[in-house]
Design a protein around this ligand. Sequence first.
Ligand SMILES: *Cc1c(COP(=O)(O)O)cnc(C)c1O
Length: 232
Amino acid sequence: MTDTRPDDIAANLDAVRARIAHAARDCHRAADEIRLVAVSKTKPVALVAAALDAGQLDFGENYLQDALAKIDALAARQPVWHFIGDIQSNKTRDIAAHFAWAHAVDRFKIARRLSDQRPDGMAPLNICIQVNVDDEDSKSGIAADALPALAAQIAELPNLRLRGLMTIPTYSDDYDSQRRPFATLRELMEGLNADGHRLDTLSIGMSADLEAAIAEGATHVRVGTDIFGARG
Ligand SMILES: *Cc1c(COP(=O)(O)O)cnc(C)c1O
């Protein structure tokens, strides 16, 4: 496969947007309820700039040092940065200072540090709790039975805004199998809202399974490969 070039990005984004619109139509949702987060991890700033030129505003990153260089280079253009990877304690200060969202929070200790370190004058950091719904072996994500307690604790933190839930299911290429863990996550969010939370975000769906995610209520799909090409 040849490397993706800046000239390819607008067409790739159009194709992904068309998939989102098609999937939304199939389940009678409005396409503008679904936000595309373009996952630019490991990709050069020139490709992110090309996506901005093509009207893309939201970008997802996993590797902090790599992300900070791009955030700095593109600051004048004011993209919305989403930290979508696991967060270690020594990363919280920079994430709190430079990102609008953190999608993969699964421990109270990390949430409390993000709240404590959110700089004065910035809007609250938007938070999704990562839940492990189908993969016993994965180290990332909180178990469903521990979710209500963590959500209650995070909701109390002053400089965070608990927005919703995120999951990364075990890979499957079968549509019905893709939907099942996303349905579980949607039901967990509905349960929290029935208990008084006001969550409005389901961060689910990547290049291979965004249609299944949209059918189960995705509000944020995180797409890397189909926009920026395969990663090395
Ligand atoms: C890399 C990554 C993505 C994007 O995956 P693609 O298959 O390249 O679309 C989405 N979410 C998370 C958490 C990721 O780490």
